[in-house]
Design a protein around this ligand. Structure first.
Ligand code: ZN
Length: 266
Protein backbone atom coordinates (compact mmCIF):
# COMPACT_ATOMS: atom_id res chain seq x y z
CA UNK A 1 0.00 0.00 0.00
CA UNK A 2 2.78 2.36 0.99
CA UNK A 3 4.61 1.51 -2.25
CA UNK A 4 1.57 2.33 -4.41
CA UNK A 5 1.15 5.62 -2.63
CA UNK A 6 4.78 6.48 -3.33
CA UNK A 7 4.42 5.69 -7.04
CA UNK A 8 1.35 7.90 -7.30
CA UNK A 9 3.09 10.76 -5.53
CA UNK A 10 6.13 10.41 -7.78
CA UNK A 11 4.15 10.42 -11.01
CA UNK A 12 2.07 13.39 -9.88
CA UNK A 13 5.32 15.16 -9.09
CA UNK A 14 6.69 14.55 -12.60
CA UNK A 15 3.41 15.63 -14.14
CA UNK A 16 3.44 18.89 -12.29
CA UNK A 17 6.96 19.58 -13.57
CA UNK A 18 6.43 18.50 -17.16
CA UNK A 19 3.60 20.98 -17.76
CA UNK A 20 3.73 24.74 -17.50
CA UNK A 21 0.45 26.04 -16.13
CA UNK A 22 -0.08 29.38 -17.78
CA UNK A 23 -2.79 32.03 -17.65
CA UNK A 24 -3.22 34.74 -20.28
CA UNK A 25 -5.54 37.73 -20.54
CA UNK A 26 -7.05 37.34 -24.03
CA UNK A 27 -7.68 34.61 -26.63
CA UNK A 28 -5.08 35.61 -29.26
CA UNK A 29 -2.43 35.24 -26.55
CA UNK A 30 -3.63 31.66 -25.98
CA UNK A 31 -3.24 30.98 -29.70
CA UNK A 32 0.32 32.36 -29.73
CA UNK A 33 1.34 30.62 -26.53
CA UNK A 34 0.01 27.24 -27.70
CA UNK A 35 1.86 27.58 -31.02
CA UNK A 36 5.16 27.74 -29.14
CA UNK A 37 4.36 25.83 -25.95
CA UNK A 38 2.59 22.94 -27.73
CA UNK A 39 1.69 20.10 -25.36
CA UNK A 40 4.14 21.28 -22.70
CA UNK A 41 1.95 24.22 -21.77
CA UNK A 42 -1.55 24.31 -20.37
CA UNK A 43 -3.22 27.67 -21.05
CA UNK A 44 -6.31 29.24 -19.49
CA UNK A 45 -7.75 32.58 -20.60
CA UNK A 46 -9.22 35.34 -18.47
CA UNK A 47 -11.40 37.24 -20.97
CA UNK A 48 -13.85 34.76 -22.51
CA UNK A 49 -15.66 35.19 -25.85
CA UNK A 50 -18.03 38.16 -25.99
CA UNK A 51 -16.34 40.11 -23.19
CA UNK A 52 -14.16 43.18 -23.47
CA UNK A 53 -10.70 43.36 -21.84
CA UNK A 54 -11.34 47.07 -21.28
CA UNK A 55 -13.98 46.37 -18.65
CA UNK A 56 -13.43 42.74 -17.66
CA UNK A 57 -13.72 41.41 -14.10
CA UNK A 58 -12.45 37.87 -13.47
CA UNK A 59 -14.84 35.28 -12.02
CA UNK A 60 -14.13 33.54 -8.68
CA UNK A 61 -13.49 30.26 -10.54
CA UNK A 62 -10.78 32.02 -12.52
CA UNK A 63 -9.01 32.94 -9.31
CA UNK A 64 -8.59 29.17 -8.88
CA UNK A 65 -6.78 29.05 -12.24
CA UNK A 66 -4.52 31.74 -10.85
CA UNK A 67 -3.82 29.65 -7.72
CA UNK A 68 -2.66 26.75 -9.89
CA UNK A 69 -0.59 28.76 -12.37
CA UNK A 70 3.22 28.94 -12.63
CA UNK A 71 3.16 31.89 -14.96
CA UNK A 72 0.88 34.73 -16.08
CA UNK A 73 1.44 36.34 -19.48
CA UNK A 74 0.13 39.90 -19.49
CA UNK A 75 -0.15 41.96 -22.70
CA UNK A 76 -1.11 45.42 -21.46
CA UNK A 77 -4.92 45.32 -21.78
CA UNK A 78 -6.93 47.55 -19.51
CA UNK A 79 -8.24 45.18 -16.82
CA UNK A 80 -4.70 44.03 -16.00
CA UNK A 81 -3.95 47.34 -14.34
CA UNK A 82 -6.36 46.63 -11.48
CA UNK A 83 -6.17 42.84 -11.49
CA UNK A 84 -2.49 41.88 -11.82
CA UNK A 85 -1.71 42.99 -8.24
CA UNK A 86 -4.70 40.94 -7.02
CA UNK A 87 -3.46 37.90 -8.98
CA UNK A 88 -0.04 38.32 -7.44
CA UNK A 89 -1.65 38.36 -4.00
CA UNK A 90 -3.60 35.21 -4.78
CA UNK A 91 -0.48 33.30 -5.87
CA UNK A 92 2.83 34.76 -4.76
CA UNK A 93 4.82 32.00 -6.49
CA UNK A 94 3.34 32.76 -9.90
CA UNK A 95 5.64 34.65 -12.27
CA UNK A 96 4.06 37.56 -14.09
CA UNK A 97 5.71 38.22 -17.45
CA UNK A 98 4.89 40.70 -20.19
CA UNK A 99 4.22 39.51 -23.76
CA UNK A 100 4.36 43.12 -24.95
CA UNK A 101 7.95 43.65 -23.80
CA UNK A 102 10.11 45.57 -26.35
CA UNK A 103 7.07 46.64 -28.38
CA UNK A 104 6.64 50.36 -28.98
CA UNK A 105 3.03 51.30 -28.39
CA UNK A 106 0.78 54.05 -29.72
CA UNK A 107 -0.67 56.27 -27.04
CA UNK A 108 -3.47 54.50 -25.13
CA UNK A 109 -3.73 51.68 -27.69
CA UNK A 110 -3.22 48.17 -26.26
CA UNK A 111 -4.24 46.19 -29.41
CA UNK A 112 -0.69 45.30 -30.49
CA UNK A 113 -1.56 41.75 -31.62
CA UNK A 114 -3.38 43.03 -34.73
CA UNK A 115 -0.05 43.67 -36.52
CA UNK A 116 1.95 40.61 -37.69
CA UNK A 117 5.15 42.63 -37.24
CA UNK A 118 4.39 43.03 -33.53
CA UNK A 119 3.32 39.40 -33.15
CA UNK A 120 6.84 38.39 -34.18
CA UNK A 121 8.16 40.24 -31.12
CA UNK A 122 5.41 38.68 -28.99
CA UNK A 123 6.54 35.24 -30.21
CA UNK A 124 10.13 35.93 -29.22
CA UNK A 125 8.99 37.10 -25.78
CA UNK A 126 7.01 33.89 -25.32
CA UNK A 127 9.98 31.78 -26.38
CA UNK A 128 12.34 33.51 -23.95
CA UNK A 129 9.92 33.25 -21.02
CA UNK A 130 9.17 29.58 -21.67
CA UNK A 131 12.86 28.66 -21.86
CA UNK A 132 13.36 30.63 -18.69
CA UNK A 133 10.73 28.66 -16.77
CA UNK A 134 11.22 25.26 -18.46
CA UNK A 135 14.78 25.08 -19.83
CA UNK A 136 14.75 21.33 -20.44
CA UNK A 137 12.29 21.74 -23.32
CA UNK A 138 14.27 24.52 -25.01
CA UNK A 139 14.80 22.65 -28.32
CA UNK A 140 11.12 21.82 -28.53
CA UNK A 141 10.08 25.44 -27.94
CA UNK A 142 12.64 26.74 -30.45
CA UNK A 143 11.38 24.45 -33.21
CA UNK A 144 7.78 25.52 -32.56
CA UNK A 145 8.86 29.15 -32.52
CA UNK A 146 10.48 28.83 -35.98
CA UNK A 147 7.27 27.29 -37.36
CA UNK A 148 5.18 30.04 -35.86
CA UNK A 149 7.44 32.76 -37.31
CA UNK A 150 6.93 31.13 -40.73
CA UNK A 151 3.14 31.26 -40.21
CA UNK A 152 3.32 34.94 -39.25
CA UNK A 153 5.35 35.74 -42.37
CA UNK A 154 2.91 33.85 -44.61
CA UNK A 155 0.01 35.69 -43.00
CA UNK A 156 1.74 39.01 -43.64
CA UNK A 157 2.30 38.16 -47.34
CA UNK A 158 -1.31 37.07 -47.81
CA UNK A 159 -2.59 40.30 -46.26
CA UNK A 160 -0.27 42.37 -48.47
CA UNK A 161 -1.58 40.56 -51.55
CA UNK A 162 -5.18 41.19 -50.56
CA UNK A 163 -4.53 44.89 -49.91
CA UNK A 164 -2.58 45.38 -53.15
CA UNK A 165 -5.90 45.96 -54.89
CA UNK A 166 -6.60 49.22 -53.01
CA UNK A 167 -4.58 52.47 -52.88
CA UNK A 168 -2.23 53.25 -49.98
CA UNK A 169 -3.79 55.28 -47.14
CA UNK A 170 -7.27 53.88 -47.83
CA UNK A 171 -9.63 54.48 -44.93
CA UNK A 172 -11.81 52.00 -43.11
CA UNK A 173 -14.43 52.72 -40.47
CA UNK A 174 -14.64 50.84 -37.16
CA UNK A 175 -16.77 51.20 -34.06
CA UNK A 176 -14.06 50.35 -31.50
CA UNK A 177 -10.57 51.44 -32.63
CA UNK A 178 -8.87 48.07 -32.22
CA UNK A 179 -7.00 47.98 -35.54
CA UNK A 180 -4.52 50.85 -35.23
CA UNK A 181 -1.40 48.67 -35.41
CA UNK A 182 -2.80 46.71 -38.35
CA UNK A 183 -3.57 50.00 -40.10
CA UNK A 184 -0.06 51.33 -39.45
CA UNK A 185 1.66 48.22 -40.79
CA UNK A 186 -0.35 48.19 -44.02
CA UNK A 187 -0.57 51.94 -44.69
CA UNK A 188 -4.27 52.20 -43.98
CA UNK A 189 -6.19 54.73 -41.93
CA UNK A 190 -8.64 53.68 -39.26
CA UNK A 191 -11.68 55.96 -38.77
CA UNK A 192 -13.06 55.21 -35.30
CA UNK A 193 -16.69 55.84 -34.38
CA UNK A 194 -16.12 55.49 -30.64
CA UNK A 195 -14.06 58.33 -29.19
CA UNK A 196 -12.18 57.64 -25.92
CA UNK A 197 -14.57 54.81 -25.18
CA UNK A 198 -17.64 56.98 -25.68
CA UNK A 199 -20.35 57.12 -28.35
CA UNK A 200 -20.14 60.08 -30.75
CA UNK A 201 -22.25 63.18 -30.12
CA UNK A 202 -24.87 64.07 -32.79
CA UNK A 203 -22.52 66.57 -34.50
CA UNK A 204 -19.69 64.01 -34.60
CA UNK A 205 -22.10 61.45 -35.98
CA UNK A 206 -22.96 63.70 -38.93
CA UNK A 207 -19.27 64.31 -39.58
CA UNK A 208 -18.60 60.53 -39.51
CA UNK A 209 -21.37 59.82 -42.01
CA UNK A 210 -20.06 62.48 -44.41
CA UNK A 211 -16.50 61.27 -43.98
CA UNK A 212 -17.47 57.66 -44.66
CA UNK A 213 -19.21 58.73 -47.89
CA UNK A 214 -16.32 60.95 -48.97
CA UNK A 215 -13.70 58.29 -48.23
CA UNK A 216 -15.66 55.60 -50.01
CA UNK A 217 -15.49 53.15 -47.10
CA UNK A 218 -16.68 49.66 -48.10
CA UNK A 219 -18.14 48.64 -44.75
CA UNK A 220 -18.46 49.62 -41.11
CA UNK A 221 -16.68 47.24 -38.76
CA UNK A 222 -18.01 46.32 -35.36
CA UNK A 223 -17.10 43.67 -32.80
CA UNK A 224 -19.40 41.31 -30.87
CA UNK A 225 -18.05 42.77 -27.59
CA UNK A 226 -19.79 46.08 -28.32
CA UNK A 227 -23.26 47.33 -29.21
CA UNK A 228 -23.60 47.76 -32.98
CA UNK A 229 -26.47 50.24 -32.81
CA UNK A 230 -24.52 53.31 -33.95
CA UNK A 231 -22.45 51.36 -36.47
CA UNK A 232 -25.71 50.15 -38.04
CA UNK A 233 -27.09 53.67 -38.17
CA UNK A 234 -23.98 54.98 -39.96
CA UNK A 235 -23.78 52.01 -42.33
CA UNK A 236 -27.42 52.53 -43.30
CA UNK A 237 -26.86 56.22 -44.06
CA UNK A 238 -23.76 55.45 -46.11
CA UNK A 239 -25.28 52.43 -47.83
CA UNK A 240 -22.61 49.88 -46.86
CA UNK A 241 -22.81 46.65 -44.82
CA UNK A 242 -21.92 46.23 -41.14
CA UNK A 243 -19.17 43.63 -40.78
CA UNK A 244 -18.68 41.94 -37.39
CA UNK A 245 -15.07 41.10 -36.73
CA UNK A 246 -13.48 40.71 -33.32
CA UNK A 247 -9.86 41.63 -32.57
CA UNK A 248 -10.07 38.87 -29.93
CA UNK A 249 -10.77 36.04 -32.39
CA UNK A 250 -8.51 33.08 -31.50
CA UNK A 251 -8.11 32.22 -35.22
CA UNK A 252 -5.59 35.00 -35.49
CA UNK A 253 -4.25 34.51 -39.01
CA UNK A 254 -7.60 33.89 -40.76
CA UNK A 255 -9.20 36.74 -38.84
CA UNK A 256 -6.64 39.29 -40.07
CA UNK A 257 -6.99 38.02 -43.64
CA UNK A 258 -10.77 38.35 -43.38
CA UNK A 259 -10.39 41.91 -42.14
CA UNK A 260 -8.10 42.73 -45.08
CA UNK A 261 -10.62 41.23 -47.54
CA UNK A 262 -13.46 43.27 -46.07
CA UNK A 263 -11.39 46.47 -46.15
CA UNK A 264 -10.50 45.81 -49.79
CA UNK A 265 -14.19 45.18 -50.51
CA UNK A 266 -13.69 41.57 -51.68
ZN1 ZN B 1 -10.18 47.05 -27.39
Amino acid sequence: MKKIFMIITLSLGTLAFSTVNAVVSILPQKTFLEKIGGDKVDVSVMVKVGNSPHTYEPKPSQMKDISRANIYFSIGVEFEKVWLPKFKNQNKKMKIVDMSQNISKHKKDPHIWTAPQKVKIIAKNILDKLINIDAKNQTYYEANYQNFIATIEQTDKKIQNILNSIPANSKFMVFHPAWGYFAKQYNLIQLPIEIDGKNPKPKELIWLINEAKKQNVKSVFTAPEFSDKIAKQIAKEVGVPVVKISPLNPKWSENLQNLAKAIAGD
